[in-house]
Write a protein that binds this ligand. Structure first.
Ligand code: PHE
Length: 453
């Protein structure tokens, strides 16, 4: 039994490979699609500040903790929690944390894949020149027609799920490392070029102003929850993705340093996306709060207007789809790793079942944009409900539990040994953040939302 477990478990070839893969997981639709539109919906500057604070004070320490837990056992999240509770002599129920993560991952992937499908469809639209010289109204028309078609959305959702599962079948560290190695630098270059275009619009400063001048009167409690939830979402925290990736990380590598690099890269991509998009929004009299269609209604205007825009449009949507792909494989990997390592499934069989279940669930999101757009639960469409449930509730709860476990349950000598920080002080800082700051911040935000605070 032990031996078969060993043989299915991969390992990154180097520290760099881990950084690439974890950055691949972190950087995705969350940065380029979701961050701009939720910033737009929540009033801009003040929301961005709360989000940045959450990344630094909650996200970074929890990312360190989650990587550490995975690496200590080198097992999937459910087994990791089982083994670590045993080691700490704690209550068995902690392994439910692993369960919640697996479920959250599949729920997220179900809608993530639909949106990634949009990005894939837009590669083709860019290629056929649909955006050429189109004005804002025409671009919006293209998007509205597209999401009104369940057939097209199902097609692209299916194609994306298939691509994800074809990579996962081969194991996350085969081929993935290379894909990310080229993707990340190219993505950076392209984002800078788009920012360059945004500078040429006469609304560049208005865009910057919107993103960076805080108006705290716009900061509702639901905006604070969304900002915190997004810190988890964008860093892939609270559901075991980073734990699984950590489990493939060789023992001699410094977790804290790599975490800073990953969180830094992730934040820069999100900010660049916002800086590129909002000037286009204002220059074309669009509304920042136009929701999940925001990037699809703005960036094509730029591609249609600028020189070289045809090629840039294609490249942009190709990269967005690949960035989504390197995230989606990490959303499903905890489920697959568990089925393979604990249920004796072959990797193929595990992929077929998890993939099918997730695909099916994704149909709910597809239809929520057209035939079921009137179907509401708690005032939310199926897509909105899934997004709220996972990003705003499940990930923060998962992250909270990870913080409590790493800060209070795991023995100090174990975390100290596993993290192997360069100085005693840096360990102390992390320990305070993970034991007190991160869990109480999550707790207070929840209290605030339910109206107790
Ligand atoms: N971090 C990814 C993104 O920003 C999404 C994700 C969430 C991936 C949770 C894995 C786990 O697009």
């Amino acid at each position: 039994m032990k031996d078969t477990k060993k043989s299915v478990h991969g390992a990154w070839s180097s520290r760099f490979a881990f950084i690439l893969a974890a950055t691949g997981s972190a950087v995705g639709l969350g940065n380029i699609w979701k961050f701009p539109y939720i910033t737009g919906e929540n009033g801009g500057g003040a929301f961005v500040i709360v989000y940045l604070l959450c990344v630094l004070l909650i996200g970074v320490p929890i990312m360190i903790a989650e990587t550490m837990l995975g690496r200590r056992t080198q097992r999937n999240p459910i087994e990791t929690m089982e083994l670590l509770t045993e080691e700490a002599g704690a209550d068995k129920n902690w392994h439910y944390l692993g369960w919640m993560g697996i479920i959250a991952g599949m729920l997220i992937l179900s809608y993530y894949s639909v949106i990634a499908g949009w990005s894939s469809a837009y590669i083709l639209k860019a290629f056929t020149g649909s955006f050429f010289n189109a004005d804002a109204a025409e671009i919006k028309g293209i998007f509205d027609d597209f999401i009104a078609s369940p057939v097209q959305l199902v097609f692209w959702h299916s194609a994306f799920m298939l691509a994800t599962m074809m990579i996962v079948v081969r194991g996350v560290n085969n081929g993935l490392e290379k894909a990310v190695q080229y993707l990340m630098p190219s993505l950076f270059v392209l984002m800078f070029l788009l920012v360059g275009y945004a500078m040429t619009t006469d609304s560049y400063y208005q865009g910057l102003h919107f993103m960076f001048t805080p108006d705290f009167s716009k900061l509702t409690s639901s905006a604070i929850l969304t900002a915190m939830g997004h810190a988890f979402f964008t860093l892939s925290l609270g559901m075991g993705a980073i734990m699984v990736y950590g489990s493939y990380l060789p023992k001699n590598i410094s977790i804290a340093k790599t975490t800073f690099l990953i969180a830094g890269a992730d934040t820069v991509v999100a900010l660049l996306a916002g800086i590129a998009i909002f000037p286009i929004v204002f220059a074309n009299n669009l509304h920042p709060d136009s929701g999940p269609g925001l990037i699809f209604e703005t960036l094509p205007i730029a591609f249609g207007a600028m020189t070289g825009g045809w090629l840039m449009g294609i490249l942009f949507f190709v990269m967005l789809a690949i960035a989504a792909l390197t995230s989606s494989i990490s959303l499903i990997e905890p489920a697959v790793a568990w089925l393979v390592e604990n249920k004796d499934f072959s990797r193929e069989k595990a992929c077929v079942w998890t993939g099918l279940a997730t695909w099916l669930l994704g149909l709910g999101t597809v239809f929520s944009f057209n035939v079921w757009s009137n179907v509401k639960f708690f005032d939310r469409s199926i897509f909105q409900l899934l997004d709220y449930l996972t990003a705003n509730l499940m990930l923060p709860v998962g992250g909270f539990c990870i913080a409590i476990f790493a800060g209070w349950i795991m023995k100090r000598q174990h975390s100290e040994q596993e993290l192997n920080m360069p100085t005693e002080q840096s360990y102390q800082v992390w320990k305070v953040l993970i034991s007190y700051v991160a869990p109480s911040a999550v707790f207070f935000v929840f209290l605030h939302v339910i109206g107790v605070l």
